[in-house]
Design a protein around this ligand. Structure first.
Ligand code: NAG
Ligand code: NAG
Length: 498
């Protein structure tokens, strides 16, 4: 068992200080709901503080008090703008985490305007994890009541509300959505790495689910399973569930960082890095309008890594984060994408399809290839491709390549078989002894065409060997592939007519 796999498990043990059981599973919704109401009845004032965010202000925020409409005016709540409610998760230190301010500020920097409210439920979140889990229902109820009050007092429609909840906050949002009275739903809920422990495998009424709002999206960034537990929930809980980099671990959050910060602090930081990545991906979508990350419908990350899922037909792809296309489908969709380790997180996805003809079919080759991609805007060198189980016989290989930069339209590919050509001298000798043989008789790999599909542009291209008479690839050689002629003709015609 690798150390990294132990992390979520250790964390949960350390944090809850008790063994988790599945007893919560038997509790039905009514019972939990009744409990939430009972807890609430004991309180004179709501537990949640609705803090109205103003630019550049990180403390002493104006507080909107339920049933006190004058506080709306005092806080300069603008009825004609949408309302975004940011809801934090379970709290270790009883303080609002720094991402909250970054998220609030990002909404204020956006070209659209919003009322931004931070739902501070720290007093109920800074407790043992299983207690905080129970409290999510109470807070959900309070948020539902807050929205009902906004509707009755100033006719502010719930459809104009977007709840954004991180970790436990995602389920708080879900409960707010299911407890709100009447048949109309809240506009949108975004769950950012919704919490897993005590929610995974629960029925849809006991966690965030697509029924909780007109539109629900979720970003899963730390769902590494261990003994059935993970920090973030693994199962789909939304209309669109995004799994960046497969949803298990995130680039830049790996074991190296753990070794650098050994001990509890290190574990905490490593878990936080991947868990909180969901938040920063969302912030990225607000801040970098021209760098929107595209994600694609796929069965799982292994299939995605083969590059076969880059289709956008019939809503098979969608934009991660704030600018998602809010097209509701009959069935939930799991969307996959790769990202960088830092903001802007966007990468460009390509499927490469290569058919090799192996001339000496009985010998297995384990080659490594490097590609140089030449685009209209930029070039990228040293893109590695190592076929997983080597090359034996004739086979088509499909694989995913991601690029950090926008190279524009792909124009040319240089394909190199890395390593030294151990046979080169031997072949020279053969030719000396048997002069009737030629270099052309020497077995190698034939590579006729390279097919490429660009996920971001949906463009499909075919590349042919620059020298059509010589399509043989040998070690230590580089071959150039250009757009195939028919393509080139079509392109030219298109250019002339447009
Ligand atoms: C509320 O927002 C609208 C739309 O942006 C704007 O026209 C209006 O001036 C705002 N009202 C106040 C009081 O700021
Ligand atoms: C691969 O294809 C070539 C040419 O089409 C053919 O001669 C050869 O027998 C094939 N090898 C295998 C293992 O199918």
């Amino acid at each position: 068992m690798g150390r990294i796999q132990l992390l979520p498990f250790l964390l949960i043990l350390l944090l809850t200080e008790q063994t988790l059981t599945q007893k919560g599973k038997q509790k039905c919704k009514e019972e939990e709901h009744a409990l939430a109401i009972r807890i609430k009845k004991h309180q004179n004032t709501p537990e949640t503080k609705f803090k109205f965010y103003e630019e550049g202000r990180d403390e002493d925020l104006c507080q909107i008090q339920i049933f006190q409409p004058e506080t709306l005016e005092k806080c300069s709540f603008n009825e004609s703008l949408p309302l975004v409610v940011i809801i934090h998760g379970w709290s270790v230190d009883g303080m609002l985490e720094s991402w909250i301010w970054k998220m609030a500020a990002a909404f204020k920097l956006h070209k659209s305007q919003f009322n931004v409210v931070i739902a501070d439920w720290l007093t109920f979140a800074h407790v043992h994890y299983p207690i905080a889990v129970q409290n999510t229902r109470v807070i959900g109820l309070e948020i539902a009541e807050f929205l009902e009050w906004l509707e009755s007092s100033i006719q502010f429609p719930r459809s104009n509300v977007h709840l954004i909840g991180y970790s436990l906050g995602a389920h708080v949002s879900g409960f707010a959505g299911s407890y709100i009275s009447g048949s109309n739903k809240i506009g949108r809920i975004t769950g950012l790495d919704p919490a897993g422990p005590l929610f995974e495998g629960m029925s849809s009424t006991d966690r965030l689910s697509p029924d909780d709002a007109n539109f629900v999206d979720a970003i899963h960034t730390f769902t590494q399973q261990h003994m059935g537990l993970s920090v973030g929930i693994n199962q789909p809980v939304a209309h669109y569930d995004f799994y960046p980099n497969g949803g298990h671990f995130q680039p830049g959050c790996h074991i190296k960082n753990l070794i650098a910060n050994i001990g509890f602090h290190g574990i905490k930081e490593t878990v936080k890095c991947a868990h909180e990545r969901s938040v920063h991906l969302f912030i990225d979508s607000l801040l970098n309008d021209d760098k929107q990350s595209m994600a694609y419908w796929c069965k799982d990350i292994n299939t995605f890594d083969k590059g076969v899922c880059l289709s956008c037909r019939k809503n098979r792809c969608n934009t991660l984060g704030y600018n998602i296309k809010k097209k509701r489908l009959k069935r939930a969709r799991k969307l996959f994408l790769k990202t960088r380790s830092h903001m802007p997180y966007k990468v460009y996805h390509y499927q490469f399809k290569i058919h090799f003809i192996h001339q000496t079919k009985d010998i297995q080759l384990d080659p490594t290839f490097t590609l140089t991609l030449i685009g209209t805007k930029e070039d990228v060198e040293n893109v590695l491709f190592t076929p997983d189980d080597g090359i034996k016989g004739n086979k088509t290989y499909s694989f995913l390549i991601t690029l950090d930069t926008d190279i524009g339209e792909l124009m040319m590919i240089k394909f190199k078989w890395e390593g030294i050509d151990v046979w080169a001298n031997i072949w020279d000798t053969v030719q000396t002894i048997m002069p009737w043989t030629s270099e052309a008789d020497r077995p190698g790999l034939l590579l006729n065409t390279i097919r490429v599909k660009a996920g971001e542009t949906q463009e499909q291209m075919t590349f042919c060997s620059e020298n059509v008479d010589n399509i043989k690839l040998l070690p230590a050689q580089e071959k150039t592939y250009v757009r195939c002629r028919n393509n080139a003709k079509k392109q030219a015609r298109k250019a002339r007519t447009s």
